[in-house]
Design a protein around this ligand. Structure first.
Ligand code: C2E
Ligand code: CA
Ligand code: CA
Length: 753
């Protein structure tokens, strides 16, 4: 199966389309990934910040419980009569419990500290008041009054019998709580902050460098329809929520979680930059993956296309290239013929070119050399062929060429030059064997199919091969007509024989001296419906080629035998009848037996049948002719040599064979009147034949002069229109009935009417 070809343009289009789809895919993927990541981050931020808030609450709670448990011991030593003991206890507790400092303030304003410090009375009063107000207290970040370091102050009240007697307070370094605000799960990109509802920062992962959180959010745009006042009131109402906002180019999320202490809030913040980085990272990875797959895919397609082109080329080569010579093969010629012909504006000639007796080269020099010759021929043709022309090797030593054609003269000159080059360049080395080529040319004149043109060139080639030199023949329309006619004849001959369309005509042979009919020659006629009576010259040569003559001759013989038998029955004179037999019978061993069978079937005396064999047949097969003649004589048939003098008459033939009669060819008489030599030749020939004691029959006697002359030379019998044309059997029988002698021609010769 041949796959459809993909052009380079559609490949590029496909490539661009694939690239565009990939780009769109990446963009879509980017968007999706960003969305998913953002959602993911929100969930993470929420979870992480919830956890941080819970931890923060728990730690504060734990520290307060620690303070409360210390306070129980402190309460037990009320009214703290031994300050040194209390101070020592406080110092010990400080060391064990991550406090920077522990202090006890009594209701009457005395202060006991875990280590000596000086606090302002305001600080002490403030802590005491706040603690006693709520029972416990946690301050915002503030400076340690003694050394200025950041601290948180946490305190619980001291009671005695249900009555507040003072406060236990601790200074705590903020580092204890800061790790909870790191939001470490977010790759340290986010942080949390503890603020009061008013927005004032309490504690941050870093030390807050602003006075109010809400001031920082001034002018930013929040997601959805949220405004800064909305946010403020949400915080004041203790709402638990998350919001995204954009500040300049940067986008963040804020998670607001109310804490359990002091109406504080924990706010966790994460810049979406983190998300974008993650998305970018992922997208790049995917892009690289996509592109790699795409490249592999393209490489694969390219490979497939390449392989396909390669296998197409292989297929093309096997289908269209002659493996021996590398030239186009016949299929290729058929395929491109019309296109090439159009390219030459139909001013072209189709040539079949053949190496004569190529088989001899193979036989004498081996196939290897034979192949070499063919390869060289192909090379020479390739050199001599213009790009718009073409040629192929069609069969073993046959090449078909389609060449530009202008006029016959220059075309002949071109082929002649080609022949010279072929002879020079393609001759087998180390041998005197020159290749001999023949060209059959069809000038493209009609709009007919390629195979018909090819037939015509073939016909021309057949004629060219018959020539002895300059073997180049142009197709002639009459050749075609001849062939068509031959075909028609061949197609109808069998039927014609069965239907009795062949008829016997009889032409009398007359005695010169008396004019009496002495015999006849049987001549075949073909009664064709559309053409009427057809003369044998039109079909005998064809029947000789295809062998049908063997049957036809026997048919004529049988007809003759039947006539002779009928004449006998009718009481008519049985004159000997000559039947023409083709040369093909000489090589047929059944010839004489068949004759006998037919003649005997009608009980006809053998001496009434005369066999006419043409001179050329006898000359070519002297020995066979001798054998056959002997056989015929043995059976009592007489034998005549037909057409004596028409071809290579050899006196040797006359010497070697014993003929009963010899028929002088009618050509002897042509130009007889104006040619004095002709008289002498005929006289000599007749005298010579008569001297061999063989009967002489003159054929083609048409005029009285000819008849007079021939009678005078001593010819025995005359056959010719002057005496009678060949007649249908019925007419001939009428002549027989009139009985001899027939009407006397003038001057002593007798004519048959
Ligand atoms: P052929 O055997 O030489 O026959 C004589 C031919 O000369 C006949 O032509 C005849 O009609 C013709 N002819 C007779 N008198 C004259 C004349 O005065 N002037 C001219 N110009 N021609 C004359 P036809 O019948 O056309 O036969 C042609 C040839 O066909 C015969 O030549 C013979 O060779 C062959 N032929 C005819 N019948 C048969 C047959 O049954 N078998 C075979 N094998 N060949 C036959
Ligand atoms: Ca004859
Ligand atoms: Ca003859």
């Amino acid at each position: 199966m041949v796959l459809p070809r993909i052009s380079f343009r559609s490949f590029i289009f496909f490539f661009m389309a694939a690239a565009a789809i990939i780009a769109a895919g990446v963009a879509f993927y980017w968007q999706q990934v960003s969305g998913i990541l953002e959602q993911d981050v929100k969930t993470h931020v929420a979870a992480a910040s919830e956890e941080a808030a819970a931890d923060f609450n728990r730690l504060i709670q734990t520290d307060r419980q620690v303070l409360e448990s210390i306070s129980i011991t402190v309460e037990d030593t009320y009214p703290w009569a031994d300050p040194a003991k209390l101070t020592e206890f406080l110092r010990r507790q400080t060391r064990h419990n991550y406090f920077k400092l522990l202090g006890v303030v009594t209701e009457d304003g005395k202060v006991f500290l875990s280590e000596p410090r000086r606090f302002s009375p305001t600080f002490i009063a403030d802590v005491t008041a706040r603690t006693l107000e709520a029972g416990h207290y946690l301050s915002v970040l503030q400076a340690d009054p003694s050394d200025g370091e950041d601290v948180l102050v946490q305190s619980v009240s001291l009671r005695r019998h249900g009555r507040p007697v003072g406060a236990l307070f601790a200074l705590q370094p903020p580092e204890r709580y800061r790790p909870l605000l790191a939001l470490s799960a977010m790759g340290n990109k986010g942080y949390s902050l503890v603020v009061e509802r008013s927005g004032v920062p309490v504690l941050g992962y870093h030390k807050p460098d602003f006075g109010n959180m809400f001031d920082l959010l001034e002018g930013v745009s929040f997601d959805g329809k949220m405004t800064l006042p909305d946010l403020r009131s949400a915080v004041l109402n203790g709402a638990h929520f998350m919001v995204g906002y954009r500040d300049g180019g940067e986008r963040r999320f804020l998670h607001f979680i109310p804490l359990e202490i002091n109406d504080w809030y924990m706010i966790s913040a994460l810049p979406t930059l983190y998300v974008e980085h993650q998305a970018q990272h992922l997208t790049w990875l995917s892009l690289i993956l996509f592109v790699s797959i795409f490249i592999i895919f393209c490489a694969l397609i390219f490979y497939i296309l390449h392989m396909r082109a390669y296998s197409n080329r292989q297929l093309f080569d096997t289908a269209f290239v002659d493996q021996l010579t590398g030239a186009d093969n016949f299929n290729r010629m058929c395929e491109q013929f019309e296109e090439k012909l159009a390219g030459l504006n139909r001013r072209a000639a189709l040539i079949i070119f053949d190496i004569n007796k190529f088989k001899v080269i193979n036989d004498l020099h081996g196939y290897e050399r034979g192949n070499q010759v063919l390869q060289r021929v192909a090379r020479v043709l390739r050199e001599n062929i213009a790009p718009e022309e073409c040629f192929c090797r069609s069969t073993a030593d046959n090449f078909v060429l389609l060449l530009k054609y202008t006029d016959r003269k220059s075309f002949r000159a071109r082929l002649s030059a080609l022949t010279t080059q072929l002879r020079r360049d393609c001759t087998v080395e180390d041998s005197c064997l020159m290749i001999d080529v023949a060209f059959g040319v069809y000038e493209v004149a009609e709009d007919i199919p390629f195979y018909i043109m090819l037939d015509r060139a073939h016909l021309a080639l057949e004629n060219a091969k018959k020539m002895s030199f300059d073997k180049c023949q142009f197709y002639d329309e009459s050749d075609r007509k001849r062939i068509v006619n031959e075909k028609r004849i061949e197609n109808t001959m069998e039927q014609a024989l069965d239907h009795g369309d062949f008829a016997v005509y009889l032409q009398p042979k007359c005695d010169f001296a008396t004019g009496e009919m002495r015999g006849a020659e049987a001549l075949v006629r073909w009664n064709r419906l559309e053409e009427g009576l057809v003369k044998p010259d039109d079909f005998i040569p064809i029947f000789e080629k295809n062998g049908f003559i063997l049957r036809l001759d026997m048919f004529i013989l049988e007809e003759v035998a039947r006539l002779l038998a009928a004449w006998n029955i009718k009481g008519l004179e049985q004159v000997p009848v000559a039947v023409n037999f083709s040369r093909l019978h000489l090589n047929d061993s059944r010839y004489i037996p068949q004759m006998l069978r037919l003649v005997d079937k009608y009980g006809v005396a053998h001496n009434l049948i005369e066999v006419e064999l043409t001179e050329s047949v006898i000359f070519n097969n002297l020995e066979r002719a001798q054998n056959v003649m002997r056989g015929l004589h043995r059976q009592g048939f007489s034998v005549a040599m037909d057409d004596f003098g028409s071809g290579y008459s050899s006196l040797n033939v006359l010497k070697s064979l014993q003929f009963d009669s010899i028929k002088l060819d009618k050509e002897f008489l042509s130009g007889f009147e104006d040619n004095p030599h002709a008289h002498k030749v005929i006289e000599g020939a007749v005298a010579m034949i008569k001297s061999l004691d063989v009967q002489v029959v003159a054929e083609g006697v048409e005029t009285r002069e000819q008849a007079d002359f021939l009678r005078h030379t001593g010819c025995d019998l005359a056959q010719g229109y002057y005496f009678s044309r060949p007649l249908p059997a019925a007419e001939f029988e009428r002549l027989l009935k009139k009985n001899t002698p027939q009407t006397q021609p003038p001057d002593g010769t007798k004519r048959v009417d």
